[in-house]
Design a binder for this molecule. Structure first.
Ligand code: NAD
Ligand code: ZN
Length: 365
């Protein structure tokens, strides 16, 4: 079979690799029908996440058909259509019992990281019973792909960690698939405004379609003007509301800032725009250290949360997708074949060139 192999910083190759085989009775082998690329794969390729060893097949998102299962797998059998979670969990260890499946003592974020991943024709999934989900017939592969990682990540590490409450002002820095997943799921909590910040106008246009109150492209502005724009947006918001007295002091920042890029300057933006008592939820994977303005954060009583997704809300998000209450279809206009995956990386990594958001990579046959 063929797979996309990480060959060291900046290098990848679509090449022949051995077929995966069942190694444990809890494994399943899945024949991929669709896979995708995550911003984390871009970090790996840039050498910003050093744990990944050359020779590893990349990818942690996918949908496919079960090819074979080990003797201890009871929820699935050959031929079943399944969604693959980016997190492998045994369902029994200390961290699984604490609902921190991302830190499963027997799994965690393994696919495309510690073991071969999903950007291939076949993949081995450990602990298949607790790491795969039955794919509802009504949902197409491209809709399901967002549930492997982006939607659970945006919801768990962004929206839920930041405890977004009705009426609050929210800024999301980064409008890639993860930032847009935050935008989609944040709306379930009725914030007064969601301001999306990204340097790519085509992604901001999609954010507007998906319900962003305001979009800002910081490349055209100084940091001070970004702050001015945000202050204008959140204060225009309260002026329009008859529950706020007109002589109330202007809001000094947003209640919630969610970092969805993984760069020191975007984390810094979050620190600058957050109001006293606010919450910063960091989702981005930071290969480089960030400049933590602890004194500033202390003086403003800011809570910072961060972490790896546990993907323990996947079943619930699957139901929302089925119910039609969540329509992330605009995220997936780009469709390519698996044999074109190297081109898909170029497209995803340069969003302004082809206006790509989420790549839908189908298998060739
Ligand atoms: P992506 O690369 O598609 O999106 C990043 C976006 O940030 C792009 O739209 C880009 O234009 C924008 N951007 C880059 N620099 C910017 C800047 N200086 N100012 C404003 N915008 C800027 O990636 P993605 O798939 O959406 O993932 C986003 C982040 O989330 C990545 O860091 C990824 O590693 C991380 N991630 C974390 C988890 C987790 O478990 N915490 C899971 C998945 C992804
Ligand atoms: Zn990911």
């Amino acid at each position: 079979m063929k797979g996309l192999v990480y060959e060291g910083c900046g290098k990848k190759a679509w090449k022949s690799v051995p077929m995966p085989t069942i190694q444990s009775s809890t494994d399943a082998i899945v024949k991929l029908t669709a896979t995708s690329i995550c911003g984390t794969d871009l970090h790996i390729l840039k050498g910003e996440i050093l744990r990944v060893t050359p020779g590893r097949i990349l990818g942690h998102e996918g949908v496919g058909l079960i090819q074979s299962v080990g003797d201890a797998v009871s929820n699935f059998r050959s031929g079943d259509r399944v969604l693959i979670s980016c997190i492998t969990s045994c369902g029994k260890c200390l961290y699984c019992s604490r609902n921190l499946q991302g830190h499963c003592l027997n799994g965690g974020w393994q696919l495309g990281n510690e073991i071969d991943g999903t950007q291939a024709q076949y993949v081995r999934i450990p602990y298949a019973d607790t790491s795969l989900y039955a794919a509802p017939k009504a949902l197409k592969d491209d809709q399901l792909l967002l549930l492997s990682d982006d939607l659970p990540t945006g919801f768990e590490i962004g929206v839920r960690s930041a405890k977004i409450a009705p009426g609050e002002t929210v800024a999301v820095v980064g409008a890639g698939p993860v930032g847009l997943a935050v935008l989609i799921t944040a709306q379930f909590y009725s914030p007064a405004s969601i301001i999306m910040i990204d340097r790519d106008d085509s992604r901001l246009a999609v954010a507007e379609d998906l319900g962003a109150t305001m979009t800002i492209n910081p490349t055209k502005l100084t940091m001070n003007s970004v702050l001015d724009e945000i202050m204008k947006a959140i204060n225009a918001d309260s002026e329009g509301s008859d529950t706020v007295s007109t002589n109330q002091a202007p809001k000094p920042g947003v209640d919630v800032a969610i970092e969805c890029v993984g760069a020191p300057q975007t984390f810094d933006t979050c620190q600058k725009i957050i109001a006293p008592g606010g919450r910063i939820a960091n989702i981005g994977v930071h290969g480089k250290s960030v400049d933590l303005q602890l004194q500033d954060l202390w003086s403003k009583n800011i809570t910072i949360t961060t972490g790896l997704v546990s993907a323990n809300t996947t079943s619930m998000l699957l139901k929302l997708l089925q119910s039609g209450k969540m329509k992330p279809d605009q995220l997936i206009p780009h469709r390519l074949k698996l044999s074109q995956i190297e081109r898909a990386y170029d497209t995803f990594g340069n969003p302004s060139k082809e206006h790509a958001i989420k790549m839908y990579i189908e298998t060739d046959n």
